[in-house]
Design a protein around this ligand. Sequence first.
Ligand SMILES: Nc1ncnc2c1ncn2[C@@H]1O[C@H](COP(=O)(O)OP(=O)(O)O)[C@@H](O)[C@H]1O
Ligand SMILES: [Mg+2]
Length: 255
Amino acid sequence: MIELEGIGFSYGKFPVLRDVSFRLSEGERVVLLGVNGSGKSTLLKILAALEYPSEGSYRYRGREVTRKMRKEQEKVLRREIGILFQNPDTMLFNPSVYEEIAFGLQEIDAEALDERVRTVSELFGISHLLERSPLKLSGGEKQRVAFAAIFAVEPRLLLLDEPTANMDPRSSGWLVDFLQEQEVTTLVATHNLSLAPELGERALVMGENHRLLYDGPVSDLLHNDRLLLEANLLHRHRHRHGAVEHSHYHLHDWS
Ligand SMILES: Nc1ncnc2c1ncn2[C@@H]1O[C@H](COP(=O)(O)OP(=O)(O)O)[C@@H](O)[C@H]1O
Ligand SMILES: [Mg+2]
């Protein structure tokens, strides 16, 4: 479905992605890990064709994705790839939750649209919010609404950028269960290592040097302390228990 070959990207003179290559097949569930600033969000934006790589090539379903791609290919991409941004505020612009979800569904008739909005809001547990203004919701609710709006158009590929960042534990649990029930291809960015095995079977790890450090099973990654330390997903940490102090490896999951 996706083929990235030697992708490079910079903001001005600051490189954010260096020589990143991987493939993604239809139906895969992949977790994209890496500390803040390693380039995860930028990589997702490139996959959604919101940014274009300065080096290397990106093919989506066999066709090269470039700034100059044909309009009809761009339309296919926009329809098939759903991206949920890290900050839901940047995605919500309709006066009500109902209109937010209906926004991408303009091509179907009014009755089917209403039915779809209601089904999706039930699925996302936001039926009680339909009349509310999206901007006045809590962070976790906003993220659900933004996700519902993307999901409503039935994307083929879902790119989720730190989807649990604003969610409480119950909502994060809901999201994990929800994603496990879906057949859609997903790539989920997170810096939360303990969520990784819940979100996919395969992990991609971005290093602080903006290179892809790892591409393989999540289960192997979790046993690879050397790599986790290199990616700064694991820290050596001091603990104090009364008068006793010791140190051991520690996950940083304070999101
Ligand atoms: N629009 C932008 N302009 C300039 N620099 C940016 C922009 N977006 C991100 N960056 C920088 O690019 C680097 C990678 O950012 P990002 O892709 O958001 O990483 P991550 O999602 O892993 O935290 C960071 O150093 C960030 O400050
Ligand atoms: Mg990010």
